[in-house]
Write a new protein. Structure first.
Length: 98
């Protein structure tokens, strides 16, 4: 089929005790063992360590202070960083200092 850039059936969520009852498991939210997550993270870090330049974007997922989550994106491509700057709520100067 036509590629749209989205792969919802490739999404995995780490199955952990603190959130296992809060996730709607099924066709889209497929459980991933923590050990597999660590393997994938190690492979990503190894790849990023081979790049000459990295882009780091810090921001918040969500506007509401009581519910927002901190997000850090590290990428080797500038356009991915630019996209994430557009998607996240930027931190204030005071928040960046912390």
């Amino acid at each position: 089929g036509k590629k749209t850039g989205r792969s919802p059936l490739d999404k995995r969520v780490v199955e952990e005790e603190s959130s296992v009852d809060d996730v709607w498991w099924g066709k889209v939210n497929i459980p991933l063992e923590y050990k597999s997550f660590l393997t994938n993270r190690e492979r990503a870090v190894d790849y990023l360590n081979t790049r000459k330049r990295l882009y780091v974007v810090d921001g918040w997922g969500g506007w509401e202070e009581d519910y927002r989550v901190p997000v850090r994106v590290i990428t080797s491509r500038a356009y991915h960083a630019l996209f994430m700057q557009n998607m996240l709520v930027p931190p204030t100067a005071a928040e960046q200092a912390d």
